[in-house]
Design a protein around this ligand. Structure first.
Ligand SMILES: [Zn+2]
Length: 88
């Protein structure tokens, strides 16, 4: 439990820096720490992949998000909504 709590705090730290990490704007020790954390934390890895995908879409489509990325976002949002309505 304590370990989980510790991880959570680390996750917040990582998430705060993930954009800079993907932009390669971090100094090497910090980037290495984040890479380390992504290796062992599925949640952050997922977030990082997600951000990377959006970034990649933005770069390759010259500003517009690729349709399949939007679809994914939409599906993700729908699944969240469905989850909260499942009780009724
Ligand atoms: Zn994490």
């Amino acid at each position: 439990m304590l370990k989980k709590l510790f991880m959570k705090r680390k996750c917040t730290e990582v998430m705060n820096k993930i954009q800079m990490y993907l932009d390669r704007e971090l100094d090497e020790p910090t980037a290495a720490k984040i890479a380390d954390h992504l290796e062992m934390c599925q949640d952050c890895k997922f977030e990082a992949d997600f951000f990377a995908k959006i970034k990649y879409s933005l770069q390759t489509s010259g500003g517009a998000v690729a349709p399949d990325t939007l679809d994914r976002l939409h599906n993700f949002a729908s699944s969240l909504t469905e989850g909260s309505e499942a009780a009724s």
